[in-house]
Design a protein around this ligand. Structure first.
Ligand code: B12
Ligand code: SF4
Ligand code: SF4
Length: 309
């Protein structure tokens, strides 16, 4: 039996699928109790998200195979892997789209991390772990909403085929959320490797693949590093100064140094500082390169970079 809520949802979805999905994501982020810091007075973990769409058959996803490696899945490959166990009952979809969302860290979390010089603040650490749990929850919510409307959908990062490889240059996964957000017009890469979005670099992101046809967002950037001041005019370099692991230089981000610091050295620092009781997860997390920097919560104005040269 269909309820009046179901038929209203269907009407709204059929009238404008993109607006319906964006609204549903924003509503869930605003209302979900899972987007709350239980340890910090029930403050929100993430602020209002950015939502973008990409055509799953956009040539950029083939380009990613050359840029990152053949192991990186195109959205169509991800959807086909999802449909395969259904043993041919599902037709190969005519359309494939990707829904990408960017969840910005709140002001309080950013402020707390700005004060740190060696490890993440407790709020940033909780945002890393409870925030990722929330992203998984939000992804499942979008998938079940679309499935309820008779569409195919999956969240590749929580699918059983998600994984990563350990290359000499560092870890690389077969579904990179930053590259998906870049394709959906939500931001560009930077000297620190982070994605600078209109809501800044201090964010986490996620995505869902679906057979719904959605209007792709334009990629209004000159190149894939356009939002970073260093690549704009050689200025800024604040993230280099902020990194306690010496993992960022004018040559870019050394993933192995960063990982070693995150997974090994920060644990020792945490113990020495005797702060381990408030931290959760298997490492303290860091993100110092994403706070107290001009790209923290916005695309930095280009003039600001020039002033610093
Ligand atoms: C593996 C991993 C790590 C590894 C390696 C990081 C890395 N750069 O790959 C380690 C453990 C070091 C790490 C550390 C951190 N991580 Co991490 N990590 C991941 C994970 C699981 C996979 C990333 C991946 O494999 N990417 C693929 C590789 C190939 O990407 P890449 O090398 O960076 O890509 C470069 C090339 O593609 C190149 N490029 C060259 N030519 C071209 C051309 C074009 C057109 C384009 C687009 C690009 C391009 O540009 C890129 C940047 O240099 C993602 C989650 C996910 N599934 O995406 C989170 C993720 C990247 N991590 C995240 C975060 C927040 C962190 C930390 C801040 C830790 C923390 N939680 O506090 C640090 C920050 C490190 C940093 N400065 O980027 C966020 C990023 C948010 C953001 N603002 O960018 C993600 C997306 C998690 C999430 N769900 O939000 N992480
Ligand atoms: S701190 Fe400056 S140099 Fe580093 S990523 Fe941000 S804008 Fe680029
Ligand atoms: S996450 Fe920390 S260790 Fe890694 S690059 Fe950023 S500041 Fe350096």
């Amino acid at each position: 039996m269909t309820s009046s809520k179901d038929s209203l949802n269907r009407e709204l979805f059929e009238a404008n699928s993109a607006a319906f999905i964006e609204k549903a994501i924003k509503k869930y982020v605003a209302r979900s109790p899972r987007n709350r810091h239980q340890a910090f007075g029930s403050d929100r973990i993430f602020g209002e998200p950015l939502v973008g769409f990409a055509d799953g058959d956009d040539a950029i996803f083939q380009d990613y195979k050359a840029i990152m490696g053949d192991f990186h899945l195109t959205p169509r490959e991800a959807l086909e892997k999802h449909l395969k166990p259904k043993k041919g009952k599902e037709k190969c979809p005519a359309n494939v789209s990707v829904i990408s969302f960017v969840l910005p860290a709140t002001y309080k979390t950013r402020l707390s991390n700005r004060r740190e010089t060696l490890i993440a603040s407790p709020r940033w650490n909780h945002t890393r772990f409870l925030g990722q749990d929330f992203i998984n929850e939000l992804s499942r919510h979008i998938v079940s909403l679309l499935e309820g409307l008779g569409c195919q959908a999956l969240a590749p990062e929580i699918a059983d085929f998600f994984g990563w490889k350990d290359f000499a240059s560092g870890l690389a996964s077969n579904w990179s959320q930053r590259h998906i957000a870049y394709a959906a017009g939500l931001g560009t890469f930077s000297l620190s490797d982070g994605l600078i979005t209109p809501k800044g670099i201090a964010m986490r992101c996620g995505s869902v693949v679906t057979d719904v046809k959605l209007p792709p967002n334009p990629r209004d950037y000159e190149n894939y590093r356009a939002n970073c001041l260093f690549y704009w005019d050689g200025s800024c370099r604040r993230c280099i100064e902020r990194c306690p692991a010496d993992a960022i230089s004018e040559q870019g981000h050394d993933k192995n140094k960063c990982r070693e610091f995150l997974f090994v050295k920060q644990k020792e620092i945490l113990k020495k500082l005797r702060r381990d009781d408030v931290y959760i997860g298997h490492y303290p997390a860091c993100g110092l390169c994403q706070t107290k920097v001009p790209c923290e919560s916005r695309i930095p104005p280009k003039a600001q970079g020039k002033n610093r040269q």
